[in-house]
Design a protein around this ligand. Sequence first.
Ligand code: AMP
Ligand code: GLY
Length: 427
Amino acid sequence: MNLQYPYNVLIIGSGAREHALAWKIKQSPRLNKLFVAPGNAGTSLIATNINIHPLDFNSIKQTIVENNIKMVVVGPEEPIVKGIADYLTQQHETRHCLIIAPLSEGAKLEGSKSWAKQFMLKYNIPTAKYHIVTKQTIQEGKEFLKTFNPPYVLKADGLAAGKGVLIIHDYYEACKELEEMLNGKFGEASNTVVIEQFLKGIECSYFILTDGEKYTILPEAKDYKRIGEGDTGLNTGGMGAISPVPFLTNELRKKINDLIVHRTVYGLLHEKINYKGFIFIGLLISNNEPYVIEYNVRLGDPETEVILPRMKTDILELFESLFNGTVHQCKLDIISNYSVCVVAASKGYPLEYEKGKIIYGLNHLSSEVFHAGTSWANDQIVTNGGRVLVVSAQSPTLKEAKQKVYDSMQKISFENMYYRSDIGFEF
Ligand code: AMP
Ligand code: GLY
């Protein structure tokens, strides 16, 4: 690695996770210029947005060359699973650029749930019992379902925009859904289906940064996925998050590290998978035992918006450490404060919603605001998505952090704004 400071960085993506990454990277003395592709109104205030689709790898390559970019940080899963890191490291012009994302082989941890389950089985990583089904083995699948009590868990093998997991209470309905999935309900993503044992417990998002051999553990978070108060209603991309997670005792952390994190990285090494990036481990804690519900090969959204404000470490130094074998030695300076974030969404999300509403009250807040679906229209910031923005606040106590975040949220408004008023309610 031959980096000269300061250098230019490109972030790929357009959500609040990418705005939070941009906010954090901006604090690094190693940064020269920051670019975000395609970004949103929020990132345009602190970086240069470049209007390129995250899957347009050729245009991304050109942008890297034209702007002398030395590091690319990839936010969302789709370009990662579709091989952005493979493409950029294979192209002559971009082969020396540091790509913070795994190659597509390692991205199978998220891109193929059946592959991830077989990986967990091979490396003895605790996870729910499962059976992999294709059209040819559907009958076997129906028999396997009978071995469980309801509810039944069906998962599309591939990426399905966060909609590929079904939890069904009736056996016959589960069989019908299984048929529909194998007949293309989620397109190619459900040509293979993973049937899983339902685990009862509480969920938590755990994050590591790894070079495929060594790793460092980042702060964890709890995500509130349902649209309604008290965790009710439809699943969303996430309506808020808190960090740290109060129920994660030191005993549990040790089990997670020994049984899951260590074995996961060992597995990557043993499989000779060259992995440089984040692993987001979706955990379920049942009877004080941790299980892996899913792997993701990126940071979570909205988890990132509570995690990064707790990290004092220079994030570019941390990213560089993936390429010089020192990631495990990087001193993570984590603030012990509680961090809470709340998502402001367009009414109707996660179903139909309107866009183009002017957003008021974004200035002079005592909390950070990370933009998600926002854009510019006639010099004003307007809504441009279901999840519109994320307010994040930190404080020594969870109660104060919640107070602070909701005080700021009350000062922001747009037509048909909706947010959950109970993030962190159970603690
Ligand atoms: P995702 O994969 O993020 O769409 O998540 C689907 C959600 O389904 C998870 O967050 C869990 O709440 C739930 N889930 C997935 N697998 C299981 C399982 N084996 N047992 C219980 N709940 C599960
Ligand atoms: N908040 C969950 C995710 O990013 O997948």
